[in-house]
Ligand binder design. Structure first.
Ligand code: AHR
Length: 504
């Protein structure tokens, strides 16, 4: 089958905010304990952080990490995680029916985030707590000195403030499973008043307010409108969350889910712009897609653990082992984020280590890269610069839940500093390669630097310890004819083509 893609320097969507390549670490399962931190591990550093995990996280080049939850944050007492470790209390974590030992708290996590070159997107508890505790936390983290909380931080070893810029006002407060679940009105009022107070302490910070937990929530739409109506002046970003799964083993339909992500983002933009108009505001609300991924493989096992073996420290929860087809969908979801990079300014792959994560660890053993690691790594490292709209004509198909699904899903990023164009593409066809003609418009003298493809695996192929099978390989099925690139994209494939061009 054949497809045509035309790009041009003038087809600019937006400068890409690098924070769309963010991720997420929650106190959940083995994300923290046994994931980033394993004191007894032979590769643990002086602070107990696994150096092999740090190296893998660095490869992903993650600019911001959301912390400490997630559902966990809605019952979290941040003060439990400061001061001498041996004096920290052990607590019941109601969100995941686990035991929280508090060995890792704010200081340790800020230290780790520096080691992986990431900023922290800090969430405050608006489930069981409120304005006062959020203000205390901010004073502890960001105030210079001479107050109770800032001096306690200094006493605890951090002379300089952490200067955390981005703050999430709660997590999934629309969800009945959330500790301290609220109506849109209750949450909107609390978020507004919390933001107002926090802004007095540090006027340089910015806020993410909770949107719906997913597009299927019964209050979806109405929730966004009511919350934004109450918080439009204070909020900088509205959050979106979504997880996909191939529960019915219908690959054509599964791979079309990035269309769902497109629709979701576009609907939330419409709602935000309606409130903008209602308020006659000049401010454009930006979006933080701060939880997205594939999540379904571990659902059954998780139910069993929380039901039959509750209150364990670091139980094996949400340990999805990802397949090749999951990697294709993750690649396609990244393209959806790029397509909407004019409004999506933060996004967090949920999560980073062990818990629905691209990085997996064996206790006392190796750390390894799941299938989804690779598309994320490539887009995060090379998808920096300006997102360009592609004029694309591709054959299409219909699936159970979607119509007009293009076999070819693609996006182009132009990195002006490097004079490099990067073409990212997924071929959703299970039968045929796509002969793609890429017309470079005003870009001249194209030279291929790298063509890498992930293809040729059984759709259920997974990676494992010492068994990293699903990895990209280089390919040379590309020809330059005049200013066009003729590229063969193999059936069921994720592709990245980097092209050097001349300045003009
Ligand atoms: O990422 C796992 C969980 O998914 C988070 O704790 C919660 O916010 C969402 O429901």
């Amino acid at each position: 089958m054949k497809a045509r893609v035309k790009i041009d320097k003038d087809f600019k969507i937006s400068n890409i905010d690098k924070r769309i390549y963010g991720s997420f670490i929650e106190h959940l399962g083995r994300a923290v304990y046994g994931g980033i931190y394993e004191l007894e591990h032979p590769l643990a550093d002086e602070n107990g952080f696994r150096k092999d995990v740090i190296e893998l996280v660095k490869k992903l080049n993650v600019p911001i990490i959301r912390y400490p939850g997630g559902n966990f944050v809605s019952g979290y007492k941040w003060e439990d995680g400061i001061g001498p470790v041996e004096q920290r209390p052990k607590r019941l974590d109601l969100a995941w029916k686990s035991l929280e030992t508090n060995e890792i708290g704010i200081h340790e996590f800020m230290n780790w985030s520096k080691k992986v070159n990431s900023d922290v997107d800090m969430a405050v508890n608006l489930g069981t707590r409120g304005i006062s505790e959020a203000c205390d936390l901010l004073e502890y983290c960001n105030h210079e000195r001479n107050t109770y909380w800032s001096d306690l931080r200094r006493k605890n070893g951090a002379e300089k403030p952490f200067k955390i810029k981005t703050w999430c006002l709660g997590n999934e407060m629309d969800g009945p499973w959330q500790t301290g679940h609220k109506t849109a009105y209750e949450y909107g009022r609390l978020a507004k008043e919390t933001a107002k107070a926090m802004k007095i302490i540090d006027p340089t910070i910015e806020f993410v307010v909770c949107g719906s937990s997913n597009r299927q929530m019964p209050t979806y739409g109405k929730w966004e409108a009511e919350v934004l109506d109450l918080t439009y002046e204070e909020a900088d970003y509205l959050s979106l969350h979504t997880y996909y799964g191939n529960r019915e083993n219908d690959l054509a339909d599964y791979l079309a889910n990035s269309l769902d992500m497109d629709h979701f983002i576009e609907e939330v933009i419409s709602i935000a712009d309606y409130i903008k108009a209602k308020h006659r505001s000049s401010k454009k609300m930006m979006l933080s897609f701060d939880e997205w991924n594939v999540w379904f493989h571990s659902n059954e096992a998780d139910e069993n653990i929380t039901k039959n073996k509750p209150w364990q420290k670091a139980p094996r929860l949400l340990e999805d082992i990802y397949t090749f087809e999951d990697a294709l969908l993750v690649g396609s979801l990244l393209l959806s984020l790029l397509r909407h990079s004019d409004r999506v300014k933060i996004a967090c792959l949920a999560q980073l280590v062990n818990v629905i994560a691209p990085i997996f660890t064996e206790p006392n053993g190796e750390a390894w890269a799941q299938t989804i690691f690779y598309p994320f790594m490539q887009v995060s490292n090379h998808g920096r610069g300006v997102a360009l709209r592609t004029e694309c004509s591709s054959p299409k198909y219909d699936s159970k839940n979607f119509t007009d699904v293009p076999y070819l899903d693609s996006m182009v990023v132009y990195n002006e500093d490097k004079q490099e164009i990067v073409f990212f593409a997924v071929n959703r066809s299970q039968e045929e390669a796509i002969e793609t003609s890429l017309d470079l418009g005003g870009f001249t003298n194209p030279r291929v630097i790298e063509f890498s493809t992930l293809n040729g695996f059984d759709s259920k192929q997974v990676n494992g310890v010492g068994k990293e099978v699903v990895v990209p390989k280089s390919c040379n099925d590309v020809e330059i004819i005049n200013n066009n690139l003729e590229i063969k994209l193999p059936k069921l494939s994720w592709n990245m083509l980097r092209i050097k061009v001349d300045q003009n």
